[in-house]
Design a protein around this ligand. Structure first.
Ligand code: AMP
Ligand code: ZN
Length: 112
């Protein structure tokens, strides 16, 4: 499958790894929008939040167990934001489910 993040998981495209277990991979965003900008993804291909089902939701719950560990390791004691863009109107540019962790500066509330 021609998926950028599947290629990152496979090691075919380089990335700066932050965390890995048997289900989840996390790496630094190539174009950081904040001092800390990490992407957390399931190793298995899920296209977006819209494709989460009872069969794969354990991967999402694992991701949300991992996120606070990464945030702590990154020193984000003052808080952070978790974002997942789903579909064209949200500006999703990579069709493999990913959660952005953004922190290290005060983040404005940008709803649009
Ligand atoms: P989204 O726009 O929500 O789909 O997020 C995709 C994110 O992937 C963007 O923040 C990009 O900067 C990031 N990105 C794209 N290619 C790479 C790459 N090769 N390594 C790390 N991050 C990437
Ligand atoms: Zn993929």
């Amino acid at each position: 499958m021609d998926c950028l993040f599947c290629k990152i998981v496979a090691g075919d495209i380089p990335s700066t790894k932050v965390y890995e277990d048997e289900l989840v991979y996390a790496f630094r965003d190539i174009a950081p929008q904040a001092p800390t900008h990490i992407l957390v993804i399931p190793k298995a291909h899920i296209a977006s939040v819209a494709e989460v089902t009872p069969d794969n939701s354990h991967l999402v719950s694992r991701i949300f167990e991992v996120i606070p560990k990464i945030a702590e390791a990154e020193g984000l004691a003052n808080g952070y934001r978790v974002v997942s863009n789903c579909g064209p109107d949200a500006g999703q540019t990579v069709g493999h489910l990913h959660f952005h962790i953004l922190g290290g500066r005060e983040l404005k509330l940008e709803m649009a």
